[in-house]
Design a protein around this ligand. Sequence first.
Ligand code: HEM
Length: 380
Amino acid sequence: MSDPGCGARSAIGRRAVLAGLPAACVLSGCDAPVPSRTRGERPVPGPPPGPVRQAGVIEPPQPHTLFLSYDLTPATRGAPGRDAVRRLLARWSELLAATAPSPTATVGIGPALPRRIGAGAPEGLRELPAFAGEHLDAGAGGGEIGVQIRASDPGACERLAGLLAGAGAGVLLPRWRQAGFLPPQASGPFARPADGGAPRDLLGFKNGSANPTERECERWVWLPGPGPYAGGTFLVVRRVRLRVEEFVRLPLARQEAIVGRRKGGGEPLGGGLERDASDPNARTPEGGYVLPADAHVRLADPRLDGGARMLRRSYSYENSPADRGLLFLAYMRDPGLFVRVGSRLAGADALNSYAEQYGSALFYILPGPTPGRPLGSMAL
Ligand code: HEM
């Protein structure tokens, strides 16, 4: 990631704007006067112009994550419910400012929340449709408030989760949670320590290689302004159980044909570098396609969606030897993109024989907080 633009903005966003602000103001949403500069003082750099984003979307991922999904308690509804949610998010803004940058947390709202508390909602915040042949477990997905915590160790994730849950007492009911990790790069047969590429998933493939650059994320990930939803984005979460043993027992060439990229370096089957796009038209000397018709990356190719991109930031999870896989996390401006890609994959992806998508959720990631405007004050 060479372009520091929006990563820098989101990191500055929360810390710089909340640091030095009286906690009570963050909580109450008061419009505290900005202290004026006295002569001779060096100018304090303010947040860059443009909508402020939450931390955690675009930055290089931390090794551990904990995803928490909540519903509101039955009593939290209507106008009083809306006030309670706004108070909660203000309190969370304060907690997150105090604990950032280690760990970070990113907060979103689910499709049912705006209706329930009488708030507006961004276009696109609707339940995802079910795809052909999938059997989703409703209790393992969905949710009215979603939080993704990331940290260098699982304990730090849990500690922040405890603080957030404490602040949510009486307002939030836990719905589902999933811990995740990035497998260490420096071990295993395909290790390429510190090669700067995407992390590997449990199938041993680099996952995230063909992600958009930060500049491309400006176009495809962040919601543009003006308006109350600018600076937000959508997060699609899928909990995918993988048949790891079965897959890794396949001959390497078969594994690579299923995914559509090389296992070692993540490059396209036809050659090149890890970040290079695949060439769907490349032919073998015998005249066949290098990339099989049912290869995962052929079906997921952004050129089939007019070039639209999603930023995939998935983690691996292991709940038990029989229940491990991918915590698929993808950020995008338009959840319709996920629906289109997911429909193509559902029907034809060769990976489907080794993957079971059993949990699904969509969240609108709120714009980042600014002075006097904690999380949720713009969009809710
Ligand atoms: C079933 C679990 C899944 C696994 C193990 C998996 C794994 C991979 C791998 C290894 C790649 C190639 C490297 C890369 O660019 O990251 C890839 C690419 C990709 N995957 Fe998945 N994926 C899964 C599910 C999904 C789902 C559910 C979607 C979206 C509906 C998706 C969308 C994509 C996209 C957009 C690409 C990039 C294609 C390109 O630009 O060439 N994947 N995936």
